[in-house]
Design a protein around this ligand. Structure first.
Ligand code: SF4
Length: 205
């Protein structure tokens, strides 16, 4: 669940001192997805490229550890936090264990966040690395794919080290962020965060 008050309380950035935002590289158009695509286009994330008051730091943890293109992977037996604490594993679709590589990627992402003094992260939801609100529970392949509430390995690493993470689907939080980056932005009061939408409520009860 996102922390909207955190975004409201962020400092007001300027072009000289832009807000430092870490982003999943694919959300900014970098072709680092498993198949060499940018994982689709999300206007909510691409909009951040238009602000001079934002310094966007992009990183793809899976590309760092596994290259592109690569297999898809998911978390088995828990969430990203469970992977970091040794209770769950990351497996590719063909069954290769990527747990250690994913942990190394999360450490690299954390190192970057600390070095750049990141103030917020906007990451791709559902990903076993970058997901922040919802991830798959086991394999995403076939008809029996199951979702769970939780963060991917790299998002969890950031969170447990004190960084705030939202996803490209947290539209209410993003509205607050746009308003922080541009005082003339009119906030869409009807926008919802991922955990507030009908699908989420129906699926998770
Ligand atoms: S690991 Fe993250 S940045 Fe890289 S393609 Fe997947 S969601 Fe995008």
């Amino acid at each position: 669940m996102t922390d909207q008050s955190y975004i409201q309380n962020l400092r007001v950035p300027t072009t000289e001192q832009p807000l430092r935002i870490l982003m999943s590289a694919c959300l900014l158009g970098t072709t680092c997805g498993f198949d060499g695509s940018a994982n689709g286009e999300y206007p909510s994330a691409l909009k951040l490229l238009t602000y001079e008051t934002a310094k966007l730091v992009r990183f793809c943890p899976e590309e760092f550890s596994f290259g592109t293109p690569r297999e898809m992977c998911d978390i088995h037996g828990g969430t990203g936090l469970d992977v970091l604490e040794g209770r769950a594993r990351v497996l590719t679709e063909s069954g290769i264990d990527w747990t250690q590589g994913m942990i190394r990627a999360s450490e690299k992402m954390l190192e970057l966040a600390q070095r750049e003094q990141i103030e917020l992260a906007v990451l791709m939801d559902i990903s076993a690395a970058c997901g922040s609100q919802v991830i798959y529970d086991g394999n995403r392949f076939g008809e029996n794919k199951v979702y769970q509430i939780g963060a991917g390995v790299c998002a969890a690493q950031l969170m447990r080290n004190g960084f705030k993470v939202i996803s490209q689907r947290d539209f209410a939080s993003l509205e607050l962020l746009y308003a922080k980056l541009d005082k003339n932005h009119l906030v869409n009061e009807e926008a919802l965060d991922h955990h507030e939408i009908g699908w989420y409520k129906e699926y998770f009860g």
